[in-house]
Structure formats: C-alpha cells, structure tokens
Design a protein around this ligand. Structure first.
Ligand code: S3P
Length: 178
C-alpha cells in the first residue's frame, strides 16, 4: 500500500506533480483543497473570507484526517497544511512525505498570475510577493523540512520538465525505505 503526501509552498507544483506521479505510479490522486471545496461547495477563498483562517485550518485538519485513510494514493496538500495542528507529524506517521522545494523567485513567478485566487496572497504587488514568500518560508521551512524526502521542483516549466521530474521522483520513492 502506498500513500504519498506532497507538501510545499504555494506554486511549488504539488497539484501538477501529484497528477503526474499518480499517473506514472497507477495511484489515485487527491488534492486536499479540492476535497474541501467539494465538501463545502465553496472555494478555499470563500471559506477564508467567510470563516477566517483559524476555522479554515480546522476544516483542513479534519479533511486531512479523512483523506489520510485512503490507500494507494498521492495526496497534494495546501501550502499551509503541514504548519498547523501537528499535521506534519501526522502525515509522517500515515505515509511518505515529499517536500517540493523551489526558490522564492520561482515560487513568486508561478503564483504571481493566480495570486487573487489565493487568499493569503491577495492584493500583494509583485515586489511585496517576493518579500512575503521569503518571510513565510522562514517560518514554514521548519515544518516542510520534516518531510522524509526533499525534492528539487525548480525546473517545472514545460511538459517535458514535468515528465522528467515525475520519473525522477518515482525513482527516488522506489529507493526510499520507510
Ligand atoms: C495556503 C495554500 C493554498 C490553500 C490556501 C492557503 C497557504 O493551497 O490551502 O489558500 O496557507 O499556503 P496551495 O498551496 O495548493 O495553493
């Protein structure tokens, strides 16, 4: 039985890599944010706006508890998920955690176009975005670095990059003994 959790900051490519990896490995794919949105019939942005971040983190924790029982699955988590309610510890108990790591510049470039759908980044200018991410990573790296595998996700521009990275991650996972 395999259960793989992809973690990392917004824009790290968790959903893209999760889909590719699950396809390669013949596993199911679940995106934690999409699971929550389906459950509540609301976007993550709406949940943040209506209930506030603390309530969202509770919802996220409960959804994670539920999903973490699924078998033969690749799970991509929201960027904040590992940093609240001992979720990192929990994911390490339940499966194999992979931190998709990229530089601040690359993350900022990737989220720049979609920042208005991401409640935490809404309204930030591109300059502020880099500063904001630098600061966030200072706090969040402590959690992200508890992942069993840290994987370089910097080069993810083309379809070919994604396929190559998926192959590399699959091989890293097959050599990884839990
Ligand atoms: C968040 C990341 C988002 C989503 C929410 C909060 C965060 O997920 O869960 O907007 O705190 O980093 P993605 O990392 O999939 O964008």
């Amino acid at each position: 039985m395999q259960r793989i959790f992809l973690i990392g900051y917004m824009g790290a490519g968790k959903t893209t890599m999760g889909k590719e990896l699950s396809r390669r490995m013949g596993l199911s794919f679940i995106d934690l944010d999409h699971f929550i949105e389906g459950r509540y019939h609301k976007s993550v942005r709406q949940l943040f706006e209506e209930k506030g971040e603390d309530a969202f983190r509770e919802i996220e924790r409960n959804a994670l508890l539920e999903i973490a029982d699924f078998e033969d699955v690749v799970i991509s988590t929201g960027g904040g998920a590992p940093c609240f309610h001992q979720n990192m510890e929990f994911m390490n108990e339940k499966g194999t955690t992979v931190y998709l790591k990229a530089t601040v510049e690359e993350l900022a470039k990737r989220v720049s176009l979609s920042k208005n759908t991401r409640p935490i980044l809404m309204g930030l200018s591109d300059t502020d975005l880099e500063l904001f991410i630098t600061d966030a990573l200072k706090k969040r790296s402590y959690f992200y670095e508890q992942a069993e595998i840290t994987f370089d996700a910097e080069m993810m521009e083309t379809e070919a990059d994604i396929i190559a990275l998926g192959k590399q991650l699959e091989s890293t996972l097959s050599n990884h003994k839990k």
